[in-house]
Write a protein that binds this ligand. Structure first.
Ligand code: ADP
Ligand code: NA
Length: 288
């Protein structure tokens, strides 16, 4: 089947600095590293690297052609990525010697995707396909609704947390994925915990402590292997992409979670976002 991911595509500009600049301070960076990021792109890469047939729905500017090329190189179908006047979404990441960071995200074309393009693309989906989205684009609630009507299974990674988006999308979601912080934000915003939402499956990720899958009133804990973290950027995105690809293959959730846990642990040992997401062969061979 196919995984349709409506999501952001960002150019990550990572500036290594002796410390995070204070208000009013001017500071020279030691180095600049550029890579592919954005939660949407990361998840598409993870789905594809895990072996899932993945179609990304999104938009870039003329400055972002390299990002579509790179998505394609990682196995993502980019036919539904539009080029708009731009600029593309990007992130300015200040990273200090202690690995603390401050991030400015400019959504750019990620929030300008024409709704008619999204709807027309989803018209090509078939019942049993998967639909995935996050909170970094536009038109997600409507797209989730239309995907559901077409018989797709709807997965929603509620990140970055947005109370309005969550309220609008949850009624159309089958699977919700969120980290601990987002689970707490959900509680604050709705008064409901992840288990009280009436969804068939909820997965809460717990960083180095692994994850918990909530299903039918049951809690299944999945521990994470112990690794030495180098960069946790995109850990959750890698995990989500691998879970979706596993489900798309028809694997039971515990199997999908086991491989996703390995892939995400391997990701945190590598610097970078989408470019650092392991292939399936690497994830399967990883025994820390
Ligand atoms: P996010 O990246 O969205 O903040 P988490 O930090 O919860 O999400 O990480 C997602 C998943 O990545 C975790 O459930 C776990 O499987 C894996 N992971 C994250 N950090 C580590 C770590 N330090 N060691 C091993 N696995 C990790
Ligand atoms: Na993380």
């Amino acid at each position: 089947m196919t995984i349709w991911n409506l999501g952001s595509i960002n150019a990550d500009h990572v500036y290594a600095l002796p410390h995070i600049p204070a208000p009013g301070e001017t500071l020279a960076a030691r180095s600049l590293t550029q890579g592919l990021g954005g939660k949407g792109a990361n998840m598409s890469v993870a789905c594809a690297r895990a072996g899932g047939k993945t179609k990304h729905i999104g938009a870039i500017g003329p400055d972002g052609a390299w990002m579509a090329d790179r998505l394609r190189a990682y196995g993502v179908d980019t036919a539904a990525i539009l080029t708009l006047p731009g600029p593309s979404g990007h992130a300015i990441i200040a990273l200090d010697d202690r690995a603390e960071n401050t991030i400015i995200v400019f959504p750019g074309t990620n929030r300008q995707i024409p709704p008619a393009h999204i709807d027309a693309t989803l018209a090509g989906a078939a019942p049993g396909d998967l639909f995935l989205t996050q909170n970094e684009t536009n038109h997600q609630p409507e797209a989730a609704f239309s995907a559901r009507l077409r018989g797709l299974r709807v997965a929603y990674a509620a990140a970055p947390f947005d109370a309005g988006a969550v309220r609008a999308i949850l009624p159309h979601a089958d699977l919700l994925l969120l980290n601990e912080v987002e689970a707490e934000q959900l509680r604050q915003a709705t008064g409901q915990g992840p288990a009280d939402l009436g969804l068939s499956d909820v997965i809460v990720t717990l960083g180095a402590r692994g994850s918990v899958w909530l299903q039918g009133g049951q809690e299944h804990r999945v521990p994470a292997p112990r690794v030495t973290p180098v960069d946790t950027t995109g850990a959750g995105d890698t995990f989500t992409g691998y879970v979706l690809a596993g489900l798309d293959e028809g694997r039971p959730m515990p199997d999908a979670l086991a491989l996703a846990t390995r892939a995400a642990a391997l990701k945190v040992t590598r610097p970078g976002a989408a470019d650092a997401i392991p292939t399936r062969a690497e994830a399967e061979a990883f025994h820390p």
